[in-house]
Design a protein around this ligand. Structure first.
Ligand code: 5GP
Ligand code: MN
Ligand code: MN
Ligand code: MN
Length: 274
């Protein structure tokens, strides 16, 4: 997969090393990574330049303050104007309620959840930490909504029960969302584990079918790294005329926690041209 070019709604997707120039300065270049799990050495892993950096969770191994701090410092150092990040199930301290109850399953000494959350929320340098809320890119109006929740698997952070609980979570995604960020995939989309099971969230897929975001970025299932374009059948709903969604599983780490997958880049046209 040295180069994949996908075209949809005039959104272009690129994979390193072949990254062409943006069509024009009005376009917005997004650079997507996920599941870096502390393993990125900034001296070895070259993050491509762009306008917006996206990280879809699992920044750390077990969410210790030092891990959060180091990852945040690395993201701060990137040249992108805005860096939009969400947590994942491994970023334990960022889930305050979970950590309060479960810290001793993972850590010898209890860390301060509030400190971890403050580090990422108040990082500055263009870092935007999303937790079930939106960020609208200034002057461009592109709306990004993000959430760390994934279906339960061995009781990690931000784990929610399939069914009613997660359905309500996804119910909060605004209909107007252009770009969706979740830590995990929707069902049947870049969600196949090495064992062959499609473990993505069915409730998330149902919500996506209502919203049809232009792009959905996630990670979590490391071995599902890749890009998939889905064309929607036309619906009766006239004001929902989006015809395609590009799905990006941006897991930087492989199943063996080796940072071998390149960042996935997409170029988003000015909203009024879509
Ligand atoms: P992580 O622990 O980093 O969240 O996920 C690492 C790996 O655990 C994934 O690449 C996948 O193989 C496995 N995994 C994560 N979540 C699930 C799940 O819900 N079901 C199954 N069967 N495997 C999962
Ligand atoms: Mn992961
Ligand atoms: Mn794990
Ligand atoms: Mn994960």
């Amino acid at each position: 997969m040295s180069q994949i070019r996908s075209m949809s709604q005039e959104i272009f997707v690129h994979l390193a090393p072949k990254i062409p120039k943006k069509l024009s300065p009005e376009w917005t270049r997004f650079v997507c990574m996920s599941d870096t799990h502390n393993s990125i050495d900034p001296n070895k892993y070259q993050v491509p330049d762009g306008d917006i950096f996206i990280h879809a969770g699992d920044m750390t191994r077990v969410g210790m303050i030092e891990e959060v701090r180091e990852t945040v410092n690395w993201i701060k150092s990137l040249p992108h104007e805005h860096k939009v990040v969400i947590a994942g199930n491994h970023d334990l301290t960022l889930d305050e309620t979970f950590y309060e109850k479960n810290w001793n399953r993972f850590h010898y000494n209890k860390e301060d959840s509030n400190e971890a959350i403050n580090i990422i929320k108040n990082a500055g340098h263009g870092i935007v930490y999303l937790y079930e809320n939106s960020f609208t890119i200034p002057h461009k109006g592109i709306q990004i909504w993000g959430s760390p929740w994934t279906p339960e698997f061995y009781e990690w952070a931000f784990n929610g029960q399939r069914g009613q609980f997660l359905k309500e979570k996804w119910g909060q995604i605004p209909q107007t969302t252009h770009i969706l960020m979740t830590h995990g995939p929707p069902n049947n989309i870049l969600d196949k584990t090495y064992k062959g099971d499609n473990v993505g969230c069915k409730d998330l897929l149902e919500r996506i079918e209502e919203i049809k975001p232009y792009v959905h970025v996630f990670g979590h299932i490391h071995e599902g790294y890749g890009i998939l374009e889905k064309t929607w059948e036309s619906t009766e709903n006239q004001d929902q005329d989006r015809k395609k969604t590009i799905f990006i599983n941006a897991s930087t780490n492989t199943l063996n926690y080796s940072p071998e997958n390149t960042a996935v880049i997409f170029d988003f046209p000015p909203l009024n041209s879509l």
